[in-house]
Design a protein around this ligand. Structure first.
Ligand code: UDP
Length: 310
């Protein structure tokens, strides 16, 4: 296959580039580098099967020659980023998805949308199954991301139903690993950076809110299987092992040997989900997929990466 990966210089996009190249495909990575970084794909320079195009996908996308699959991963993805880049976040989810779908239609390519557990908002159903329509405040600070991704899912299904494009939607739950941006403001890079600097970890609120953390290699495997499947409805991909943010902070301090402890800060963004855990029965059934990497196992290479970046 010849695949286009938008957001190809980002955390997940760059790991997807690696995976598709390793499977013998040819990859075009596209990124405007507002949150992505060419450092993430520098090791691919000179690979004859890899091309990088610096382009903002909210503008018309032109690719010469055949394209077999479009994976749309371009978007700011951390709450701090989308608070800083609200218009860009809305535009890449809406206009960017429209352009990427238009390209897929034009090329007769499969299309895979990177969606998110944020479509469930601050969920009133727990754990979250794909048929739960969510609890999102459209005008809240997280609305710019949540509603953009909800629109992106809607237009993806419309292109599937109206134009017959062979589409996929992956709803990605909290994922961590090497190449996350140190300063993206998310809990994993924040805590690891703080721990490596010997500082106390900043737990927002009382730390009773929960998340379920998945290592990136599990996600990449799920996405690869989803693309090769023939399933058009959304599929959750995440690790169902749920913990409080306070427990996560204690784990990071234990694994890094940080003795500086924890400080509580009143910095929860309005609408910060109180609980989040994927129900992955659909992925188990359709993709025969489940996560393999335990938290402590995945933290090791992640911490090693941040140590190098620091
Ligand atoms: N959080 C925290 N300390 C930090 C950064 C985040 O306690 O330094 C909390 C945040 O309030 C949220 C959770 O960790 O409840 C996960 O936040 P993140 O920004 O990683 O992404 P989210 O899952 O909310 O999209």
């Amino acid at each position: 296959m010849r695949v286009l990966i938008t957001g190809g210089a980002g955390f997940l996009g760059s790991h997807l580039c690696d995976r598709f190249l390793a499977e013998g495909h040819s990859v075009i990575a596209m990124d405007n580098l507002i949150t992505g970084n060419t450092r993430n794909i520098a090791h691919l320079a000179g690979n004859p099967n890899f091309y990088f195009i610096r382009h903002d996908v909210t503008n018309y996308i032109y690719i010469a020659g055949p394209v077999d699959a479009v994976l749309h991963f371009a978007s700011p993805a951390s709450p701090i980023d989308y608070l800083k880049l609200p218009i860009q976040t809305l535009k890449v989810g809406a206009l960017g998805t429209h352009n990427a779908l238009g390209l897929a239609l034009n090329k007769g390519a499969k299309f895979l949308l990177a969606s998110t557990s944020e479509v469930y908002g601050d969920p009133l159903v727990h754990p979250q199954k794909e048929d739960y329509p969510g609890n999102v405040d459209p005008i809240g600070p997280r609305g710019v991301y949540d509603e953009a991704k909800r629109f992106a899912e809607a237009i993806t299904m419309a292109y599937h139903r109206y134009h017959g494009v062979d589409t996929r939607i992956v709803r990605i739950f909290n994922t961590y690993g090497p190449r996350m941006r140190l300063a993206d403001g998310r809990v994993v890079p924040n805590f690891i950076a703080q721990a490596l600097r010997g500082e106390p970890l900043t737990v927002y609120g009382d730390g009773s809110q929960t998340r379920s953390f998945q290592y990136m290699s599990d996600l990449i495997e799920g996405i690869y299987r989803l693309l090769l499947s023939n399933y058009n409805e959304p599929v959750n991909i995440g690790n169902p092992v749920e913990m409080t943010i306070l427990q996560f902070a204690e784990t990071v301090n234990a694994v890094t040997g940080n003795n500086a402890g924890i400080v509580f800060k009143d910095e929860r963004i309005k609408g910060d989900p109180q609980v989040r855990q994927p129900d992955i029965s659909r992925a188990r059934e359709i993709l025969n997929w489940e996560p393999k990497v335990q938290l402590r196992e995945g933290l090791e290479p992640t911490i090693a990466y941040f140590r190098e970046v620091l």
